[in-house]
Ligand binder design. Structure first.
Ligand code: KIV
Ligand code: ZN
Length: 516
C-alpha cells in the first residue's frame, strides 16, 4: 500500500473521550484500553493531556512505556510548559507524537485567547518548533477550524509546516460543519497551501449535529489521510466521530474510497465493550456496528432473506467486527494458569501476584455460581477486581436485602470507610432503592443519582449483571460500575465505586478552557 493509500486511524478515546463528563479513567484503566487499541492496530493513540494533573502525566507516561506497535501521542496547548510536560511524558515511548493546538476562529481568538491573529501565528510556530525539540512527529491543530477564516487557516498552516509540523489536524471543535462544506475546506487547504505536500491532513469532528462520521468521511474523500475518532463515539458533549463507523464504512465501501486502514476489525467489539465497561457509558442497542441489535433481524421477511442468502439484508458479517457466539472459555475446574493465559489473550495482565490471586479467587466464586464462564464474564470480573485493588476509601463488607410481596424492601449493609466498619439500614421502593438509601444512611454523600442501568453480560438467568451508576455533586460527575450474578449486590458495588470517585479530590485542567 502506498503512503497515500493508507488512512491513519488516530484514536482519542483516552483524551477527548475522557473529556465526556464522568468518563475519567485511572492510569491502569488507560493502560488496559491502550493495549486493546494496540491490538486493534490503531496507528496513533492519543493518551491524554499531561499538563492537566500529575495523574494525567503518569497515565500518559505509563501508556508510552507499555505500547510498542502504535504511536503514542500527548496533547499540549501552544505553551512551553505544556509542550515540555508532554515531551517528558513521552520520553520512553517507542514512537511518540506531540499534538499542539491553538484556536484560530475569530470568536475564540478575540473572546477566549484575547490575541491578535499575528500573535496566534507566532505562538503556533513557536510551539511547533519547541515540540520538534522532543520528537520529529509533531501534529498541529487550529482549534475551531470549522468556524475559522479559510485565508487565515492557509496562512497559519503554511507557517507551521515550515516550522516542522508533519500532521495538520482540522478540528470541527463545536460540531458545526456540514459534509460537503467540510470536504470542500479540506480540498481548498490542500490546493492553496504551497507546502501542503509536506504534511498529512487530518480531521477531528465532533458530533453535535450528528454529522461527525459523515464529515470525517467526506474529508477523506477530499484527501484527508488521518481521522481522529473514538471507540463508541465517546467524547466531549455529543462525542467524536466513532472509530468503528469510520473504519467499517471505508472497508465496506471500498468502491468509494481510495485508501484503507490497517485496523483489525475483529477487535472492534471486544474493544468497544472494554471501553463501555471501564467508562460506564452503556452502548445503545441500535448503535451501528457495536450495538446489541446491529446484526439482529426482527422482521420475518428480513430473517427469511438472511437465511436464504446473507447479503440480501447484511452488508458486513457480524464476525468481521468481532461478534461471536458466547464461547465457554473456562469453567469451575480451570486453574490459575489457564485463567491468567486467557486474560492475557484478552489484553489483561496483572502487576502483581496479589492482583492475580484476587481476580482468580473472584473467578472461582463466580464459577461456583455460574457454570460456564465466557470472555465477557472475565472482562467484567477483572474490571470489578481492579476496582477493589485500588485504594478506595469506601468498601463493601457485606449486605442483606429482604424483598417480599406486600412488604417494604429492607436493606442492611456493612461498609468499611477509611478502615472503620460501619452499618446502615434503610427501606425503599425496591431492593436497589433500599440498598442505596442504606449506603447513604452511613456516608451521606450529598450526591444526586443521575443514571442507573443494568446490563446482562451474557445470556441466561445466571448471567453476570453489570450495573452502571452515575452520581453528580456540585457539577462533578462520577460513573461507577459493579458486576455480580446478584444484581442488587452489583448495584451496591456500582454505587460504592461511584462514591469513591466522588470522594477523590481532583484538580485537573481542561485543555480547551483557560487562557490559551
Ligand atoms: O475538538 C478539538 O478542537 C480538540 C482539539 C484539542 C484538537 O479536541
Ligand atoms: Zn475534540
Amino acid at each position: 500500500m502506498s503512503d497515500n493509500q493508507r488512512l491513519i486511524i488516530f484514536d482519542t478515546t483516552l483524551r477527548d473521550g475522557e473529556q465526556s463528563p464522568g468518563a475519567s479513567m485511572t492510569k491502569d484503566e488507560k493502560v488496559r484500553i491502550a493495549r486493546a487499541l494496540e491490538k486493534l492496530r490503531v496507528d496513533v493513540i492519543e493518551a491524554g493531556f499531561p499538563i492537566a494533573s500529575p495523574g494525567d502525566f503518569e497515565a500518559v507516561k505509563a501508556v508510552a512505556e507499555t505500547i510498542k506497535d502504535s504511536t503514542v501521542c500527548a496533547l499540549a496547548r501552544a505553551l512551553d510548559k505544556d509542550i515540555d510536560r508532554a515531551g517528558e511524558a513521552l520520553r520512553n515511548a517507542t514512537s511518540g507524537r506531540i499534538h499542539t493546538f491553538i484556536a484560530t476562529s475569530p470568536i475564540h481568538m478575540e473572546k477566549k485567547l484575547r490575541m491578535t491573529p499575528d500573535q496566534v501565528v507566532e505562538q503556533a510556530v513557536h510551539a511547533v518548533k519547541r515540540a520538534r525539540q522532543y520528537t520529529d512527529d509533531v501534529e498541529f491543530s487550529p482549534e475551531d477550524a470549522g468556524r475559522s477564516d479559510i485565508d487565515f487557516l492557509c496562512r497559519i498552516l503554511e507557517a507551521v509546516i515550515d516550522a516542522g509540523a508533519r500532521t495538520l489536524n482540522i478540528p470541527d471543535t463545536v460540531g458545526y460543519a456540514i459534509p460537503h462544506q467540510f470536504g470542500q475546506t479540506i480540498a481548498t487547504l490542500r490546493e492553496r497551501i504551497p507546502n501542503a505536500d509536506k504534511a498529512i491532513f487530518s480531521v477531528h469532528c465532533h458530533n453535535d449535529l450528528g454529522l461527525a462520521v459523515a464529515n470525517s468521511l467526506t474529508a477523506v474523500r477530499n484527501g484527508a489521510r488521518q481521522v481522529e475518532c473514538t471507540i463508541n463515539g465517546l467524547g466531549e458533549r455529543a462525542g467524536n466521530a466513532s472509530l468503528e463507523e469510520v473504519v467499517m464504512t471505508v472497508k465496506v465501501r471500498q468502491d468509494l474510497f481510495d485508501c484503507q486502514t490497517g485496523i483489525d476489525s475483529t477487535q472492534i467489539v471486544p474493544c468497544s465493550r472494554l471501553v463501555s465497561s471501564i467508562t460506564g457509558f452503556p452502548i445503545q442497542p441500535n448503535k451501528a456496528i457495536v450495538g446489541a441489535n446491529a446484526f439482529a433481524h426482527e422482521s420475518g421477511i428480513h430473517q427469511d432473506g438472511v437465511l436464504k442468502h446473507r447479503e440480501t439484508y447484511e452488508i458486513m458479517r457480524a464476525q468481521d467486527v468481532g461478534w461471536n457466539e458466547n464461547r465457554m472459555v473456562l469453567g469451575k475446574h480451570s486453574g490459575r494458569n489457564a485463567f491468567r493465559m486467557r486474560l492475557l489473550e484478552l489484553g489483561v495482565s496483572f502487576d502483581s501476584d496479589e492482583e492475580l490471586n484476587a481476580a482468580f479467587s473472584r473467578f472461582k466464586d463466580l464459577a461456583d455460581k455460574k457454570h460456564e464462564i465466557f470472555d465477557e464474564d472475565l472482562q467484567a470480573l477483572v474490571t470489578d477486581a481492579t476496582l477493589d485493588a485500588t485504594n478506595e476509601r469506601l468498601k463493601l463488607s457485606s449486605m442483606r436485602v429482604c424483598s417480599e410481596t406486600g412488604e417494604i424492601p429492607q436493606a442492611q449493609i456493612t461498609l468499611v470507610l477509611d478502615g472503620e466498619e460501619i452499618q446502615g439500614t434503610a427501606s425503599g421502593g425496591g431492593p436497589v432503592d433500599a440498598t442505596f438509601k442504606a449506603i447513604e444512611s452511613v456516608i451521606d454523600t450529598q450526591t444526586t443519582l443521575k443514571l442507573y442501568s443494568v446490563n446482562a453480560i451474557t445470556s441466561g438467568t445466571d448471567a453476570l449483571g453489570e450495573v452502571t451508576v452515575r452520581l453528580e455533586k456540585g457539577g462533578r460527575i462520577a460513573n461507577g460500575q459493579g458486576a455480580d450474578t446478584d444484581i442488587v449486590i452489583a448495584s451496591a458495588k456500582a454505587y460504592i465505586n461511584a462514591v469513591n470517585k466522588i470522594l477523590q479530590p481532583r484538580k485537573r485542567e481542561h485543555p480547551q478552557q483557560g487562557d490559551v
